[in-house]
Design a protein around this ligand. Sequence first.
Ligand code: DAK
Length: 269
Amino acid sequence: MAEPSIQENGPDVRVERDGDLAIVTIDRPKALNALSPDVLSALLTAFETLSAEGSAVRGVLLTGAGGRAFVAGADIRSMAELTPEQGEDASRLGHRVAAAIEGLPAPVIACVDGFALGGGLELALACDFIYATDASSFGQPEVHLGLIPGFGGTVRLPRAVGLARAKELIYTGRRIDAAEAIEIGLVSRSFADRDALFAGARATLDEVRANAAPAVGLAKRVLVDAAGRRTESATELEIAGFGDAFRTEDMHEGVAAFIEKRVPEFTGA
Ligand code: DAK
C-alpha cells in the first residue's frame, strides 16, 4: 500500500489519503470545530476534489479533531452580523457542502467523537451514515439562538428519525446521547472510544470495497435522489439506476462469476 499522504485544504481542514480511502478532518479544536465560512469553503473544495478522482476514491471518513467535538455547529460568532441576504448565502454554502458529500459516488461515514450540534449534526446527516463514540451527543439547538437549522436539518433529520421525532428535537433544541441516537435511528453504531470508532468505520468500508464500485455508486445515487420523493418518481430513479448497472463491466463480471462459481474480479469499470 502507498504511504498515506496529507493534503491541506485551508488551515482548518485536512485530507489524508490511505490508498483509495480518504480521511477528511475538520481541525479547529479551539472553537470545537465550528463551521466558519472558511471551514465550509475548505470542505467544499475537499469533497469536490475527491469527486474529481472518480473511482480512485472508494470511501471517506469525515471527522473532527481534538477529541471533544465532531462539530459544535455553524460558527456563531461569524453569524452575528449577517444581513438576511448574507444569511441565505451562508445557508447556500452549507447546502453546497452537503450536496458535494451526497454527490460523491463513494460512501462517506461521519465519525462523530463528541458534540455534533446544529450545523455539525446537519453535516453528519449529509453523510451516508453516522458512527459515533459512546460519549458523543447530538442536537439541533438553533432555536436557542433564535435560528432554525440552515444546512439541511429540517429536510434530512426527519428522513433519518421520522417527522415527529425531528420536530421534537428541533423545537426543544434538546441534546441526546449516543444511546438515544441509536435508538431513534440517527446513529448506526456506537463504539467505546475513538480508536474503536475508526476501526469499525474502516471495517465497514472494507466490506463495501469488496463490492463493485459502480454498483455502490449507482445505489448511492438512487438512495440520495429518491429520498423524499413520491413512490412513483422514486421508483423511476431506481429503474434508471438498475438499467445503468447493465452498462458496467463489473455487473457482467459479477453475474458471470456467480454462474461459474468463482470469486468475481471487479475492476471498477
Ligand atoms: N461557534 C463558535 N464557537 C463555538 C461554537 C460555535 N458553534 N461552539 C463552541 N464554540 C467555542 C466557544 O465559544 C469556546 O471558545 P472560547 O470562549 O474558548 O474562545 C470554545 O468553543 C469551547 O466552548 P465552551 O467553552 O462553550 O465549551 P463547553 O464545554 O463549556 O461547552 C458546548 C460545549 C458545545 C455545549 C457549547 O460550546 C455550546 O453550547 N456551543 C454552541 C452549540 C450550538 O448552539 N451550536 C449550534 C449553533 S447554531 C445558518 C446556517 C446554519 C446554521 C445557522 C445559520 N445560516 C445560513 C446563517 C446553523 C446554526 C447552528 O449550527
